[in-house]
Ligand binder design. Structure first.
Ligand code: AFP
Length: 334
């Protein structure tokens, strides 16, 4: 069977009325930047890029050298194309406008350049997550942070790349979620799964159990019932997995189902959660919903939230639809 490259796929999508020429080119630039990040992560210790950068990001988290490098790769790659007005990143306090030397376009790009970076030094899969928004009409001057504060339902595209045993790009333009695998010899992303579908039911959950004693009562009850297995109210045994790279955990769920959760706990309650709404929760929610899954804060749909800040955090439950709805019921009925 003839293989379909990302370029061909995006061109055909555009002809079918999904996305503009600018969006297609923007996504190709992001994919190319991610290939470079994949090369850097793949070099490991030989590339001299493991370990701490010696700086903190806006969230007060220690940056890894690869966090900083990946951020620079994405910014450099996207500066000159003319498709974007500005970029925002987990690694930068404020959005970065496109430099004056280049034309500005009508899109805004948000990204977590290297998700799961605590796993880099131990050679476990990490990834990049990105979200594309349209710049609101009527803003012709410098881009303000408020222009980024659009609900997830306004995303025109979202994706993630997993740098694992193989490098995968998962993408949605709002009609289906599609998986591309990097052919490393040729250097092209090839479509390997069209219209990925998350099974509606699951018997597998992903959560950092070490936080159990800090969770809210409904979350405690939900997980207690999962752990009670066949003898409990759920009447079946559940398996657990936790990679601590959201991209890898979400990709497992896209492949075989499951529920991923990073709930509120008393250690992080003041921050609103652990995961960032704009460049982690929203793009993953879009991808998961487009694959037939669901994504909730535990008390409502993630993509309906009106963001209040660029680096806002939210509780996250996403994956197999029926299981996310069950977790939501525990919270809403409490
Ligand atoms: P980093 O990108 O800062 O490494 O954070 C990764 C992450 O946001 C997400 O990918 C994981 O699911 C989660 O953190 C892991 O958190 P714990 O370390 O608390 O398990």
């Amino acid at each position: 069977m003839k293989s379909i490259t990302l370029t061909q796929f995006l061109t055909e999508e555009r002809r079918a009325g999904y996305g503009s020429t600018d969006l297609t080119q923007l996504l190709e630039v992001v994919a190319r930047a991610c290939k470079r990040i994949g090369v850097a992560t793949g070099k490991g210790a030989l590339g001299g890029v493991l370990g701490e950068a010696g700086s903190d990001n806006v969230q007060g988290e220690a940056q890894k050298k690869l966090d900083v490098l990946s951020n620079e790769i994405l910014l450099d790659a996207n500066a000159w194309g003319g498709h974007l007005a500005a970029c925002a990143s987990e690694e930068m306090a404020d959005p970065q406008p496109i430099p004056d030397a280049y034309p500005k376009g009508g899109y805004l790009l948000l990204f977590d350049p290297l998700d799961g970076s605590s796993n880099i030094d131990v050679n476990i899969a990490v990834g990049t997550i990105f979200s594309v928004l349209r710049r609101p009409q009527g803003h012709r001057q410098d881009v303000s942070v408020n222009e980024f504060l659009q609900p997830g339902t306004q995303q025109v595209a979202a994706g993630y790349v997993v740098y694992g045993p193989s490098t995968l790009l998962v993408l949605t333009l709002g009609h289906g979620t599609h998986v591309f695998t990097l052919d490393r010899e040729v250097g092209s992303f090839i479509l390997t799964r069209r219209d990925a579908t998350i099974p509606e039911e699951t018997s597998e959950f992903a959560v950092n159990m070490s936080n159990q004693r800090y969770w809210e009562p409904p979350m405690q009850r939900y997980v207690d019932d999962l752990l009670a297995g066949k003898e409990g109210p759920r009447e079946r045994d559940f398996n657990m997995r936790w990679v601590a790279s959201m991209v890898a955990d979400v990709h497992r769920i896209l492949t075989r189902g499951g529920i991923f959760s990073y709930p509120l706990d008393s250690k992080i309650a003041a921050k609103g959660g652990k995961l960032r709404l704009m460049y982690e929760a929203n793009p993953m929610a879009f991808i998961v919903e487009q694959a037939g899954g669901a994504a909730s804060t535990g008390r409502g749909r993630i993509m309906d939230l009106q963001p209040e800040a660029l680096h806002q955090r939210v509780p996250v439950f996403l994956g197999s639809k029926a299981e996310v709805e069950t977790a939501e019921r525990y919270h809403l009925d409490a």
